[in-house]
Write a protein that binds this ligand. Structure first.
Ligand SMILES: Nc1ncnc2c1ncn2[C@@H]1O[C@H](COP(=O)(O)OP(=O)(O)OP(=O)(O)O)[C@@H](O)[C@H]1O
Ligand SMILES: [Mg+2]
Length: 383
């Protein structure tokens, strides 16, 4: 039971007390009065004469008085009825109080849980910040000496430190190519690290995708030709331009074309097309905006359904074993996706194992100067 003294007036609405008194008056023809513990009249007519104490579970809760015919019977029934009403009202109060207590405990637990989560989140954010700082500092520290290695190796290869034999030249070419590879890797790590902490800043200008594609593809033709892979280029967009950051768009093209060549067996094919099309892969969205699509198709190894959802994640490679056949770090597509989305475009892939892959990157077409305000740099999602 509740640990508060029972107040009749609080537990039972006055209207109910009045109803009870009226009903008994009609039934017994006698007058009735109900008083609270302090003797205040709650219902009926104040009656002189003796009052019968009204107790509930050993506690004095009020008093009753009655006069007229059948007064004793009316009094007894009134006491019984009031006992029932008090019992129900008390049970209702108890249930409400228990419920309230349970809610209070749950709330306290939730608050504590929430505080623990907040502390964990703050710790994670701090660790994330430290990790980004570490990446940025390390990348910078690694890049500086590497630039010197490349510079001096180039000077030696050019004969500035005296004549070099053809064998020494071969070694220098290898040093330079590996150093270049390492520089590319460090730059990618730095770029991915900064994607997480700073919004991507684009240096936009109206540019022809066809020209960028032509220049980038040319760098892959010799290595593809050595492996019997022909790279076809088809431009169905003519003079259309996009408002973009040339360096970033070159990286997007380079990432898709290098993957197509890398993951295609000797004597396969790679085709690159520029075509008008929807901005998103869903047909129903075709009306949402005209875009130029960069479509890179290859006859390579393809990607399974389970893996395809992960290829845009940083450092993910389908084959991550130490004996894997293909080089790389798994950052190319992460950066490509971030760069495409910063341009307001989308990137997606249609692929299956052994059937090759079709990667599509879409870019909104630049039609007028107003586009510049519409296409202000966007924040990255999911990188
Ligand atoms: N055209 C493709 N065909 C088959 N698999 C691909 C293709 N493109 C990407 N992948 C898979 O997706 C993974 C991630 O690609 P991503 O370009 O990000 O990394 P990478 O090429 O391994 O390394 P990086 O580009 O950093 O040098 C690849 O390792 C490969 O497993
Ligand atoms: Mg790649």
């Amino acid at each position: 039971m509740l640990d508060v003294p029972i107040e009749l007036a609080r537990l039972i609405p006055p209207a109910e007390l009045d109803e009870l008194v009226d009903a008994l008056r009609k039934a017994f023809g006698s007058e009735l009065a109900i008083y609270d513990r302090s003797g205040r009249l709650l219902a009926g007519t104040d009656l002189p004469g003796p009052r019968q104490p009204l107790d509930h579970e050993g506690e004095r809760v009020g008093a009753l008085a009655s006069a007229g015919p059948n007064a004793a019977a009316a009094l007894e029934l009134c006491a019984t009825q009031l006992g029932l009403l008090i019992h129900h009202a008390n049970a209702r109060d108890l249930a409400a109080a228990t419920h309230e207590e349970a809610m209070r405990i749950t709330f306290a637990e939730l608050t504590e849980h929430n505080q623990r989560l907040q502390r964990a989140l703050a710790r994670l954010e701090e660790l994330d910040r430290l990790k980004s700082n570490f990446l940025a500092t390390m990348s910078h520290e690694l890049r500086t000496p590497l630039t010197s290695v490349i510079g001096y190796a180039e000077m030696m290869a050019e004969g500035l430190a005296g004549p070099v034999t053809s064998e020494q030249n071969d070694y220098l070419v290898t040093i330079l190519s590996k150093a270049d590879q390492l520089l590319g890797l460090i730059t990618s790590v730095l770029d991915v690290g900064s994607l997480e902490s700073t919004p991507l800043a684009l240096e936009r200008s109206a540019l022809s995708l066809a020209e960028v594609v032509e220049a980038e593809v040319a760098t892959y033709v010799p290595q593809a030709a050595k492996r019997g892979i022909a790279i076809q280029v088809e431009d169905r967009c003519g003079q259309a331009t996009v408002l973009g950051d040339k360096k970033k768009i070159r990286q997007i093209v380079s990432s898709l074309v290098s993957n197509a060549v890398k993951f295609t067996a000797d004597h396969g094919f790679v085709a690159i097309a520029l075509r008008p099309g929807p901005l998103t892969p869903h047909e129903s969205d075709s009306g949402s905006g005209a875009a130029i699509q960069l479509v890179v198709t290859d006859s390579g190894i393809g990607i399974s359904r389970e893996q395809v959802g992960k290829i845009f994640e940083p450092f993910f490679q389908v084959d991550s074993s130490s004996t894997r056949a293909f080089g790389g770090t798994g950052l190319g597509l992460t950066l490509a996706k971030a760069y495409v989305e910063a341009h307001g475009g989308r990137i997606w892939v249609d692929t299956s194992p052994g059937q090759g892959s079709v990667f599509v990157a879409s870019f909104p077409i630049h039609t007028s100067a107003e586009d510049i305000t519409e296409q202000l740099p966007q924040q990255l999602e999911g990188v």
